[in-house]
Write a protein that binds this ligand. Structure first.
Ligand code: FAD
Ligand code: 2HG
Ligand code: ZN
Length: 489
């Protein structure tokens, strides 16, 4: 492939034939379920399945299959396994590590037509649905019933709940609701040989043997296709407040976090960090007006969710009075209505897209112990300045280095915004960033996963022994290696 000069197509995998396509068309019963680039030129139709959200990774799939039932997924995988055809499971294609698009000519199995809610119990809050339901659709369904999906993220309008499970997505409220590993009660998944693993449990507690569903959560489509999920959803909080605060130093950000946990305790539902550079970039990319007049080096977005508006406001006001009185926070605004809540959140959720607006971006998604978390951003800027790669004019490839993320979960998003992709920038960043993180015993993949982007670097966060165990699991579930090859480990 021209896209990936350093990776070779695995010759174990058969190339697609017209015969194969005929089988799939008969199986799925219709043209609309198949994008066929074998019998005709379908490059335009295939583009959206081959290119990722960042337009950074591009595959050469010539066939996309859109099954609408678990049985169809099972038959597709069995056929692929029997015929050594490689497969790339795909949800909403919003993944940020190149895992959701093929590397070569893997068949894309796209879950978008598996989009039915299967059941909801409004006493227990247990929601069972097909993997291809869009996250926002699931959340709207639950909102009508007084519940909330325990995960929220900027890509909610496109990502699928099956994709969220496959990546073990973290998002904006993990601090409050916990991870997919904790909330998912059961899964239905299809193994490469077509076996349907029916573990759609609705039990909160179930200590009967190894908890095998956990392997699919964060498995990134490497051991099977998730077709259905069962998840426990909390009550939606009727009272929601959002505050956007300016702070003078990262030390003060940590103090504010400490105080927020202490004073807002059970109603705290998000604590997000944005540096001044990230807000400037967001402002420049979108033209939106920033919430505060003057600039502060750091900003925090704090959300509370509770059941009693008066009680929550009282707590939030007491918190704000204290942190402003103690000069922990220098400036701030509290949203007065739903529109303002949305626009404050947009300042945080919009950074991811803004950072690639001026050409491109190198993204790092890292777990770092809180006291050291922001040092990486500072040192990264110094590193670029020393290397002569960052500056004001077009001569420099790097436009800016921005730091933001899920402060409440010690998860930093380091985004290096570039005017153009440049090998020198990449060389300066990797493995420099990974070495830095390994030294702090952090994680090189906090919430986005490994995909193609991190595969080479897993050793910075996992020991030889653990990598070996992971490879054994992969071989056990997928002995022919057809599931999402070239990625993960
Ligand atoms: P895809 O991108 O289609 O696939 C992702 C991976 O999962 C691939 O390896 C794919 O093979 C596999 N996969 C997908 N569906 C299945 C399935 N049914 N069975 C088996 N494997 C499958 N992530 C976070 O964790 N937190 C955030 O806050 C966050 N914010 C984001 C904001 C934006 C604007 C964007 C673009 C992305 C963000 N992400 C975030 C990353 C991404 O949205 C998540 O990883 C999301 O969970 C991916 O879901 P998807 O349906 O788009 O999956
Ligand atoms: C977020 O928290 C996402 O906004 C995306 O995880 C982070 O783009 C990124 O680096
Ligand atoms: Zn994130």
């Amino acid at each position: 492939s021209d896209s990936y000069p350093n990776i070779k197509r695995d010759s174990r995998f058969k190339e697609l034939s017209a015969e194969d396509v005929k089988y799939f068309k008969e199986l799925l019963g219709g043209e609309s379920a198949v994008v066929d680039g074998i019998n005709q030129d379908a490059s335009d139709d295939l583009e959206g399945f081959n290119a990722d959200w960042m337009r950074k990774y591009r595959g050469q799939a010539r066939l996309v299959l859109k099954p609408e039932s678990t049985e169809q997924v099972s038959k597709i995988l069995k056929y692929c396994n029997d015929n050594s055809l490689a497969v790339n499971p795909q949800g909403g294609n919003t993944g940020l590590v190149g895992g959701s698009v093929p590397v070569f000519d893997e068949i894309v199995v796209n879950l978008s037509r598996m989009n039915k809610v299967r059941s909801f119990d409004d006493v227990s809050g247990i929601f069972v649905a097909d993997a291809g339901v869009i996250l926002e659709t699931a959340d709207n369904y639950l909102a009508e019933r007084g519940y909330i999906f325990p995960l929220d993220l900027g890509a909610k309008g496109s990502c699928q709940i099956g994709g969220n499970v496959a990546t073990n997505a973290g998002g904006l409220r993990l601090l409050r609701y916990g991870s997919m590993h904790g909330n998912i009660l059961g899964l239905e998944a299809v193994l490469p040989d077509g076996t349907v693993v029916d573990d759609l449990s609705k039990l909160r507690k179930n200590n009967t043997g190894y908890d095998l569903k956990q392997l699919f959560i964060g498995g990134e489509g490497t051991i099977g296709v998730v077709t259905g999920i069962s998840i426990i959803c909390p009550q939606r909080s009727p009272a929601v407040n959002v505050a956007y605060l300016g702070l003078e130093s990262y030390e003060k950000v940590q103090s504010a976090f400490r105080q927020a946990k202490k004073q807002l305790s059970e109603i705290l539902s998000a604590f997000e960090l944005m540096d001044a550079q990230s807000q400037r970039l967001y402002q420049k990319a979108t033209g939106a007006k920033l919430p505060l007049e003057g600039e502060s080096p750091f900003y925090c977005l704090i959300e509370t969710s509770g059941s009693n508006a008066d009680h929550d406001s009282e707590k939030l006001n007491a918190f704000l009075e204290q942190v402003m009185g103690d000069e922990i926070v220098s400036d701030g605004v509290v949203a007065q209505d739903e529109t303002q809540i949305q626009s404050l959140w947009a300042c945080r959720e919009g950074i991811s897209e803004a950072s690639q607006h001026f050409g491109g971006v190198y993204k790092y998604d890292l777990s770092i112990p809180l006291p050291e978390l922001y040092n990486l951003v500072v040192e990264c800027r110094e590193h670029f300045e020393k290397n002569g790669l960052m500056g004001e004019t077009d001569d420099f490839p790097v436009l800016d280095v921005v730091g933001y993320g899920h402060m409440g979960d010690s998860n930093l998003h380091l985004n290096v915004a570039v005017r153009r992709y440049d090998k020198a920038v990449e060389k300066a960043l990797e493995p420099w960033v990974y070495e830095w993180v390994a030294k702090q015993s952090g994680s090189i993949s906090a919430e986005h996963g490994l995909g193609l982007a991190k595969k080479e670097f897993i050793g910075y966060s996992r020991s030889e022994t653990m990598i070996k165990l992971m490879k054994q699991i992969k071989d056990l579930y997928d002995p022919k290696g057809i599931m999402n090859p070239y990625k993960y480990i």
